[in-house]
Design a binder for this molecule. Structure first.
Ligand SMILES: C[S@@+](CC[C@H](N)C(=O)[O-])C[C@H]1O[C@@H](n2cnc3c(N)ncnc32)[C@H](O)[C@@H]1O
Length: 268
């Protein structure tokens, strides 16, 4: 890839932007177990976690006895993932890398997973081709993604309205639409199925949750940084964001209600 490659430039920004994600692992830990259960990960299976972040899915799978590898764009998060594996006495091969160009051989894995990870690679066709290339025929692919019409999907739409992505970069939340996912996997997989579930991050108020998002979610960090010298614009953007959060904030238990989609299928 050359320095002019718009996708390489986009990924260079993503790599930096996601480096502050670590505090969110508290919320992605319970959903990691849901994905690992949904995918049927068991002892001895060779598992890949794409966009592993701090390794919550990888560690969960390894604790079930799977032989696990994990890959992420962010070296900061990969370092954190290695710490988690060490703490739990697990031997997991974590490395820095790109979902669009996986550094593994054909058919190397029995299961390929991604929790809110592969959806952020810019080209869905390239990414899914790579994930299926490293999966053995008959192996399981499973991922969790955010539907476009629910909270996280609408947050990414808000970000996209104020900070449009470069041309050719697909919306990450298109991976949360079963119709689009079905089209993307058509002719490549069998036994395709979907399931909805819920993540419930805690917060004291919509304002607190907005602040957490601004400190941890790569694209949101970029958006706020972009408007740092425009206080009025930033104020109205924050008001818009807090109004959205308020629709999903449940003050009776101080949690956000964030529904997500799980997809699973077998490679043909
Ligand atoms: C929302 S976080 C999810 C992290 C982790 N899977 C979890 O559930 O906690 C998104 C992750 O995708 C990674 N990511 C974004 N684009 C990527 C790409 N092209 N290749 C690999 N990882 C990528 C980010 O670095 C980040 O760690």
């Amino acid at each position: 890839m050359t320095a002019q490659d718009p996708f390489a430039a986009f990924k260079a920004v993503q790599k930096e932007a996601w480096s502050l994600f670590t505090p969110m692992e508290v919320s992605t830990t319970p959903t990691a177990a849901k994905l690992v259960n949904f995918a049927g990960v068991g002892a001895g299976l060779r598992v890949l976690d794409v966009g592993c972040g701090t390794g919550v899915v990888a560690v969960t799978a390894a604790r079930r006895g799977a032989k696990v590898r994990g890959l992420d764009l962010s070296p900061v998060l990969v370092a954190r993932a290695r710490e988690h594996a060490e703490l739990a006495n697990l031997d997991i091969d974590f490395r820095e890398g790109d979902a669009e160009s996986l550094p593994y051989g054909d058919s190397e894995f029995d299961v390929v997973l991604s929790q809110f990870g592969h959806m952020f690679a810019p080209r869905p066709d390239v990414t899914i081709a790579e994930m299926l290339r490293v999966l053995k025929p008959g192996g399981a692919i499973a991922f969790s993604t955010w539907p476009p019409h629910l909270y996280v999907g609408r947050m990414f739409a808000l970000i996209g309205r104020h900070l449009p992505p470069p041309e050719g970069v697909a919306s990450p939340v298109s991976w949360g639409d079963p119709k689009i996912v079905t089209e993307r996997l058509a002719g490549k997989v069998k036994d395709l199925s979907f399931e909805m579930d819920m993540m419930t991050p805690s917060a004291l108020s919509p304002q607190h949750f907005r602040r957490t998002m601004e400190a941890t979610i790569g694209p949101m960090i970029k958006l706020v940084a972009q408007h740092k010298d425009e206080p009025e614009k930033l104020k109205s953007l924050r008001a818009e964001f807090e109004a959205l959060i308020s629709e999903y904030f449940d003050g009776s238990s101080n949690v956000m209600r964030q529904q997500f989609l799980m997809t699973k299928a077998k490679k043909m």
